[in-house]
Write a protein that binds this ligand. Structure first.
Ligand code: URA
Length: 245
């Protein structure tokens, strides 16, 4: 279910604000009835009309973006910083990112205009495996890494078990490159996990999302997901969901 103004905006008829005006102005019908309430939610099976004309739903599109560092995972930034949609200048559909990567984190992010698909992927019970590579300040001890594997207490609760692998260490510079695999998607989770064991993350990159990798792409590149990949991602999220229930 999605808010009516969002559905109208996504159909490309009007901005979100203009869509609100159309609703309050009595120009919008849902299943033949005029709806003036802004909070109204509709599903894909509801028939929405604006000025008596049924809205044309956008064709769903799906992309994988290699987000560079220094980019906001949003469609707009009030401070004028670069946002993920800037990498899709020729895409007319209103796409947005599925989940977030921090401004300073690079790596794989999915972009779509399919709200239902985004919800399936982001559902806390369907959270897909994500692989990050972190460069840490200082070299974490085995004991501390074991804490990350088992789950560590953060201010929003204990993290689920993670997989951790040390890829390399630089004794001279006192840094380490560590691969960490998690399922959850809490805010700044990987950075906070390392902070909890006393190590700042100097660099962070998401290398894998389920079975999707950055293979062949460089920072700033995007590619369309194949219909098969979209189907597989949906199946993977549902499977994870079922395993946990
Ligand atoms: N964990 C973080 O700390 N940052 C991200 O961007 C993603 C996961």
């Amino acid at each position: 279910m999605e808010r009516l103004q969002k559905v109208i905006a996504r159909a490309g008829i009007a901005s979100r604000r203009k869509a609100e005006e159309l609703i309050t102005g009595g120009k919008v019908k849902v299943n033949g009835q005029i709806v003036k309430e802004l909070g109204t939610k509709v599903s894909s099976s509801d028939k929405v009309e604006v000025n008596e004309i049924p809205i044309q739903k956008e064709i769903p599109v799906y992309f994988l973006l290699y987000k560079p560092r220094g980019v906001i995972s949003s469609v707009l930034d009030d401070k004028g910083r670069k946002v993920v949609t800037d990498f899709f200048p020729n895409i007319k559909e209103r796409i947005y990112p599925v989940g977030r990567l921090d401004y300073d984190t690079s790596g794989l992010i999915i972009m779509t205009n399919d709200g239902e698909f985004a919800n399936v992927l982001m559902h806390p019970r369907g959270e897909i495996e994500k692989v990050y590579v972190a460069k840490t300040k200082g070299i974490p001890s085995k004991e501390n890494l074991r804490k990350l594997e088992k789950g560590i207490m953060l201010d929003d609760g204990k993290t689920a078990p993670a997989k951790v692998k040390v890829l390399s260490m630089d004794n001279k510079k006192q840094t380490a490159i560590i691969e960490i695999t998690i399922h959850e998607g809490r805010n700044r989770q990987v950075r906070r996990m390392f902070e909890a064991i006393g190590h700042e993350v100097l660099k962070l990159k998401r290398e894998r999302y389920g079975f999707l990798t950055l293979g062949g792409l460089t920072a700033g590149d995007a590619r369309e997901l194949t219909p098969h990949e979209v189907k597989q991602l949906r199946a993977l999220a549902m499977e994870t969901h079922q395993k946990k229930s």
